[in-house]
Ligand binder design. Sequence first.
Ligand SMILES: N[C@@H](CCC(=O)N[C@@H](CS)C(=O)NCC(=O)O)C(=O)O
Length: 228
Amino acid sequence: MSGGAPPPALTLYGYWRSSCSWRVRIALAYKGVEHAYRPVNLVRDGGEQLRDDYRTKNPMAQVPLLEFEEGGAVRRVSQSLAILELLEEWFPSPPLLPPPGERYLRAKARQLAEMINSGTQPMQNTATLRCVKEELGGDERAFARRFIMSGLAAFQAAAGELAGRFCVGDEVTLADVCLVPQLYNARRYEVDLAPFATLTRIEAACLALPAFQAAHPDRQADAVAAGV
Ligand SMILES: N[C@@H](CCC(=O)N[C@@H](CS)C(=O)NCC(=O)O)C(=O)O
């Protein structure tokens, strides 16, 4: 059904300011993987992700989505961490996880990534904030700020024993790939980052790397189209 070799062509559906798309862009750039990019504008006309043609591709109506052909069939994978793990299997070098023998450290890199992926980002996602504001009449920015702060505080506490130059030792892992876009979002929602000195130090180390720079939202073709 599915071979081990990577398919010849990959297409990433994403949005320049989507932190989850940014995670995948970092991994593709870090591993030097050629791919096509198909922007899905999450804002225009209420959001292109909600259109039937996109929902057919991803019933969750979210980006990112990775599309490729295999064995004559079109295959699609959504959920950034599933995509990152797939890329790690196809393109193991350079790795985004500690070596296979380091099971504890591999689990910790995944744990930190999940603390952002499932514990923090969903609370500031477009659909969540639209519900807080339009259906519940709440202050969506305060809501986002509240959960980004508690998520980052937990992340920093959990990373403490492991952090070196990056979140887990001195090599980039999935934890860094998730952290950097989350800190960008924290600034968008005016979170005070002063208590997170370890995280902003790691962020600076990541942003010194060409892959993180190339994946930055402001460098994406659809950001230019949006006038940024
Ligand atoms: N856990 C998912 C979350 C995906 C997600 O929330 N994507 C956001 C952008 S970062 C989105 O498409 N939002 C559209 C919406 O909420 O309508 C992943 O990691 O891919």
